[in-house]
Ligand binder design. Structure first.
Ligand code: ATP
Ligand code: MG
Length: 204
């Protein structure tokens, strides 16, 4: 589904990714592991046109990806949930969610929102709350929900469990597993390999 071949990228003259290659197959739930500073976020940022590429390529379902604006990537079926600053803090939860469904017909948006609150029950009661006032775990759920609302085929998530208490980590992975079951392919940057494996393998 996604083929990264010999990708070389970084920031200006600073090269972070050196001829990186990987493949993600349809339906997979994959983890991208690595120590702090190894370039995991840089990889996702590169796919989303936020770094400087000096070599190699990325294909999503046989279409070249590099250099495309976010809107086009969304149309192709790709969603990205960044590690930081992934919600609009001054807006309410509901406003953030509505922003993610803009462009859909009213009836469609209403149905999608209802489905969303069903998948992310934690957000139901917090709809009127400013996103900046959510707990870390709630905010992460909102960011994931915003990605999901774009109806992606492949979601790239950057450390969705970072800084969360174990109970919330389990909740995030349960939700991600649920998304995978609905047919979305997931690639997750994760330090928490144990929780990831538990989320993937353990029956719930
Ligand atoms: N905007 C930037 N400008 C210059 N260098 C950057 C920039 N962003 C990241 N870097 C550098 O790129 C390297 C890789 O950073 P990156 O954020 O991709 O690592 P990471 O694997 O995601 O780490 P972490 O697990 O801590 O999130 C680091 O050395 C970092 O200092
Ligand atoms: Mg990172």
């Amino acid at each position: 589904m996604l083929i990264v071949s010999r990708l070389t990228a970084g920031y200006g003259k600073l090269t972070i990714l050196h001829e990186l290659s990987l493949e993600i197959q349809e339906g997979q739930f994959v983890a991208i592991l690595g120590p702090n500073g190894s370039g995991k976020s840089t990889l996702l940022k590169t796919i989303f046109n936020l770094t400087d590429v000096t070599g190699g390529g990325v294909e999503f379902r046989n279409q070249a990806v590099l250099g495309r604006p976010t809107e086009q990537l969304a149309q192709l079926g790709l969603a990205y949930v960044p590690q930081r600053e992934n919600v609009f803090r001054e807006m309410t939860v509901r406003e953030n969610l509505l922003l993610a469904v803009r462009g859909a017909s009213k009836a469609n948006a209403r149905q999608t929102m209802a489905e969303c609150l069903n998948l992310f029950p934690i957000l139901e009661k917090r709809q009127a709350q400013k996103a900046g006032k959510l707990s870390g775990g709630e905010r992460q759920m909102l960011a994931i929900a915003m990605g999901w609302l774009k109806r992606p085929q492949l979601m790239l998530l950057d450390e969705p469990s970072a800084g969360l208490a174990p109970l919330f980590v389990a909740e995030v992975f349960r939700t991600l597993k649920e998304l995978c079951r609905t047919g979305i392919t997931l690639a997750v940057v994760e330090q928490n390999a144990r929780a990831f494996c538990a989320g993937v393998i353990m029956p719930t």
